[in-house]
Design a protein around this ligand. Structure first.
Ligand SMILES: Cc1ncc(COP(=O)(O)O)c(C=O)c1O
Length: 431
């Protein structure tokens, strides 16, 4: 039996007016009413992070600013008061995708929603129609979630994996050198180049545009199904760099929105343009109209669209629907202003560390090949010990979770120049 909206309302005993009244109280998704978004101190006050610490690992998992907390709370109330109607009211209108699209320079219908970077990478690599004998080219600098998505997907398809290093040491990194190393490894069998925009292993920011241009050159004259696709894990660039990521040149851009974007925990995106989405097939059934109509009518599976790659099933909807508040928060400050601020604080940190004779800086200086993370070593001290000693001084640092590990500091919008100076003083004392 088909049931339309009016039939549904009758079955719940609710009238449209009653439902409108229920939801009239839903709050705004922009910054809190009394928020001072004109100063960095005012922006910092939007976060509930504990003031006794200097938070230098905020990229790990977002602390929600006030507007995001408010939006989550509003949607939670809607869901708790009437789950079924809340879902009917909010779902299927591309509202979340539309809010994200403006920031990405994309179209709403090009965006799939996920729970994390990891989920996005898994969906894309497993969704690719890889053929036995094809190869995925990746690098030694990528995250566990990226490497494992590649290994598992390649293993199922009988494809091979090649991992290359993009530089020998941090002092000699150049944009041309990175691009050249990728370019010379691309063969006719290379179906994918999988890279990370900003490495959490060393803080290096890759020149994605130049890599994309090199791949486009290699793709000239190749059949669509054999072309090399560029898949980018962009989680540590999104919310940091002043880039409309849909214009970067990646074929698939995958990121969590719960790190630098300050989005609700358990949220993420995949972006690709309409044509590129056709290169993958869904892994998890989507609850999208396009996917479900085929099941209802028994018609052939349609060409993949972004909405068909958004995994179905019910989610922590209050978090997903509150994603626009995080993008609004960034837009309110301005992407360029955020990028300049994060780069300035990170430059200050790098310059300070570079002056310390017993400290080895592993992240390139300047903004061109780095973003919001600074990796370093203190002579004769294990990275874990550096982090512990900083914690004793109330500084939240981290180690890089890779086979070669460094101490890592990540100045962000939750910090200021005085905090960077204080952290530098502590590191100097350690060294
Ligand atoms: C480069 C990189 N990719 C992916 C991830 C995993 O992100 P998520 O928690 O969104 O799956 C991380 C974790 O911090 C990371 O550093």
């Amino acid at each position: 039996m088909k049931i339309d909206r009016r039939g549904f309302l009758a079955s719940t005993g609710l009238t449209a007016a009653a439902i409108a009244a229920t939801y009239r109280s839903v709050g705004p998704v922009a910054a809190g009413h009394d928020a001072d978004m004109s100063s960095w101190a005012g922006i910092r006050e939007q976060f509930g992070v504990s003031p006794e610490f200097v938070h230098m690992s905020s990229f790990f998992l977002a602390s929600h600013p006030a507007s995001v907390r408010q939006a989550i709370e509003d949607y939670r109330r809607q869901l708790d008061s009437n789950p079924l109607e809340a879902v009917r009211t909010q779902n299927g209108r591309l509202k979340v995708e539309t809010a994200i699209a403006g920031y990405l320079g994309a179209k709403p219908e090009e965006i799939a929603l996920t729970d994390s970077t990891t989920m996005g990478l898994g969906l894309v690599y497993h969704g690719l129609m890889l053929k036995a004998g094809q190869e995925i080219l990746t690098t030694t600098h990528d995250h566990y979630s990226h490497h494992e998505s590649i290994r598992l997907a390649a293993g199922r398809a009988g494809a091979s994996v090649k991992k290359i290093s993009l530089f020998d040491d941090f002092k000699s990194i150049t944009e041309a050198g990175i691009v050249e190393r990728i370019k010379r490894e691309i063969a006719p069998k290379t179906r994918v180049v999988g890279v990370t925009w900003v490495h959490s292993s060393g803080g290096v920011k890759l020149p994605i545009r130049s890599i994309a241009a090199a791949i486009a050159e290699k793709n000239r004259g190749r059949a669509e199904a054999d072309k090399t696709l560029l898949i980018v894990d962009g989680v540590h660039g999104l919310g940091v760099e002043d880039e409309a990521v849909a214009k970067l040149g990646a074929d698939f851009f995958v990121a969590g929105t719960h790190k630098w974007m300050f989005g609700p925990r358990g949220t993420g995106i995949i972006w690709a343009n309409a044509e590129t989405w056709k290169a993958v097939r869904p892994i998890i059934p989507s609850f999208s109209g396009a996917a479900m109509s085929g099941w209802f009518s028994g018609s052939a599976e349609p060409a993949t669209r972004a909405e068909m790659m958004t995994p179905g099933g019910f989610h922590s909807f209050e978090h997903r629907w509150a994603v626009p508040a995080a993008f609004a928060f960034h837009e309110q400050i301005g992407r360029a202003k955020i990028a300049a601020r994060i780069h300035a604080l990170n430059d200050q940190m790098k310059e300070g560390l570079a002056k310390m004779p017993k400290v080895t800086l592993h992240t390139p200086r300047g903004s061109k090949l780095s973003a919001g993370m600074v990796c370093f070593d203190v002579d004769g001290m294990r990275p874990g010990t550096v982090v512990q000693k900083l914690l004793a001084k109330k500084v939240i640092a981290s180690t890089t979770p890779y086979s070669v590990t460094y101490a890592r500091l990540a100045p962000s919008l939750l910090n200021d120049e005085n905090e960077v100076d204080a952290v530098l003083r502590h590191v100097r004392e350690l060294s």
